[in-house]
Write a protein that binds this ligand. Structure first.
Ligand SMILES: Cc1ncc(COP(=O)(O)O)c(C=O)c1O
Ligand SMILES: N[C@@H](CCCC[NH3+])C(=O)O
Length: 465
């Protein structure tokens, strides 16, 4: 989202300080298809927003607020788009479960032909319990516990992405004890400064993930992996970060990973058959964001891998990708009810909703930007510079930092924040003993709770008194 360094000046009683929106959108009732899921529309007669044919008033009535409303048809369509973009290649699409995982989602992934990447024993349990074949599961993590490694090997996961020397030795021993050879990839840090928030960039040198390519750890990890009898080294993995729009980082990563394959061939006479270039493709949170589609990404990545392999005299390896956000992010919105409205003359209006940082930590954690719309009715009122905040005891409890909402907004109105499918429910907390909201899947006029709302009994069950 572009923010103006030169504010447009006072507007509707609000002064726009530096760094805030320059101007309200032309039509506050418009829903930009870039940020809303595919079946969302505003009724032309009543102005009420619906998704999959279900209006938000009915959804709020049936399921309460806040609630994540997930558009199943859109989710499946995105899975198919990724699958189609990569399927004609020798390629696998692993959905990154950390973005949002539930058993229903795992079944959809299975039906659509995707694999899944998990990064904990808990995620592995969800994937397995919903029937994902173990061979189509990859296990990640920079500090997998011994128990998690044992569980993964015993379950027969397709591969473990090894992140450290300690883990390499540990995993080999565990697999040896279980009498198997575990297929692995080695995660390397390729030294790319991804253009994203510092906390979600993962391929620069100074961070916790992976074996450094430039420092020589990656080559050393290959040497050790090739001598260990508990592991079978299948290839190299790189993930440069998340919410990235610029393909240049992926291209550099692909080039460096292929460079390592060439080095491995030269040193060991071994051609590793697989590379995984991770996830990280950005989505539109606001109308200003311009993400690439899976087809463009598939084309760019395969071109570069093929070119580099040809230059190095290598056979083209099997390619995997791990999109999380790009699949689930745009498919859901969070539905909130407005509770209080506090206009601050000369500043902005604080609009408090019935959720907050417990259901969306991304704004506080990454300064993430979101859009928001009044969805329970249309309004012809003037735009009002607003900040949508939650109900938690923190002034950083912000859901949407800067937004224009209609000036006739009132308690009881419903707001929806789009593009909350990824890293919102999965990073939700019980702060202030908030009850984590449900995830309601909607499709063809039907709604189904796929993750139920927490109850106070859930909270008390963990409290040993
Ligand atoms: C190893 C790995 N793969 C895939 C992903 C998915 O990223 P995204 O949801 O941005 O596609 C992540 C998260 O950044 C990750 O750490
Ligand atoms: N949780 C982050 C992304 C990190 C992905 C995992 N490596 C986000 O909300 O953007």
């Amino acid at each position: 989202m572009s923010r103006s360094a030169h504010p447009a000046g006072p507007r509707h009683g609000d002064v726009l300080p530096e760094g805030h929106y320059a101007a309200p959108p032309a039509d506050l009732n418009a829903l930009d298809p870039k940020v809303w899921s595919a079946t969302v529309e505003r009724g032309t007669a009543d102005g009420i927003v619906s998704v999959a044919g279900l209006d938000v008033l009915t959804l709020a009535e049936r399921f309460g607020t806040p609630a994540y409303i997930l558009d199943e048809a859109d989710f499946r369509a995105r899975c198919r788009a990724w699958q189609d973009a990569f399927s004609h290649l020798d390629a696998d699409v692993y959905y990154a479960g950390k973005a949002f995982l539930s058993r229903a989602v795992v079944r959809w992934l299975h039906e659509e032909g995707l694999s899944v990447d998990v990064c904990s024993g808990g995620e592995l349990t969800v994937a397995l319990s919903a029937g994902m074949p173990a061979g189509r599961i990859a296990l990640h993590g920079n500090n997998k516990t011994r128990a998690e490694l044992e569980y993964a090997v015993k379950s027969g996961v397709g591969h473990v992405v090894v992140d450290s020397f300690e883990e390499l030795a540990r995993l080999s021993w565990i697999a040896h004890e279980q009498g198997v050879r575990q297929r692995i990839l080695l995660r390397v840090t390729v030294g790319v400064e991804a253009h994203t928030h510092e906390f979600i960039a993962t391929a620069h040198e100074d961070q916790k993930f992976g074996f450094s390519l430039t420092g020589g750890d990656a080559a050393e990890a290959v040497r050790r992996a090739l001598t260990l009898d508990g592991v079978e080294l299948a290839g190299i993995h790189s993930h440069i970060g998340s919410q990235i729009f610029d393909m240049a980082g992926f291209e550099v990563a692909a080039r460096r990973v292929v460079g390592l394959l060439a080095q491995v061939k030269a040193e060991h006479g071994v051609e590793l058959p697989e590379i995984d270039l991770g996830g990280g493709l950005g989505i539109a949170y606001t109308s200003e964001d311009d993400p690439q589609g899976p087809q463009e990404i598939a084309t760019a990545l395969t071109q570069i891998v093929r070119r580099e392999c040809a230059a190095e005299g290598l056979a083209v390896p099997r390619l995997s990708v791990e999109p999380g956000r790009a699949i689930v992010g745009p498919t859901a919105f969070t539905l909130y009810e407005v509770g209080t409205i506090k206009p601050l003359e000369g500043l902005r209006t604080y609009v408090s909703v019935d959720g907050g940082m417990s259901d969306n930590i991304r704004t506080a954690l990454y300064d993430a930007e979101y859009s928001v719309a009044l969805v329970s009715r249309a309004s012809a009122a003037e735009p009002m510079l607003s900040r949508v905040v939650g109900k938690h005891c923190e002034s950083g409890d912000i859901v949407v930092r800067d937004a224009f909402l209609p000036a006739d907004l009132a308690p009881g109105d419903l707001l929806a924040v789009p593009a909350t499918g990824a890293y919102c429910r999965s990073m939700a907390s019980n702060y202030n003993h908030a009850l984590r909201p449900p995830v309601v899947a909607v499709r063809d006029g039907q709604a189904r709770v796929i993750v139920r709302r927490e109850t106070e009994e859930d909270l008390l069950r963990l409290d040993m008194g």
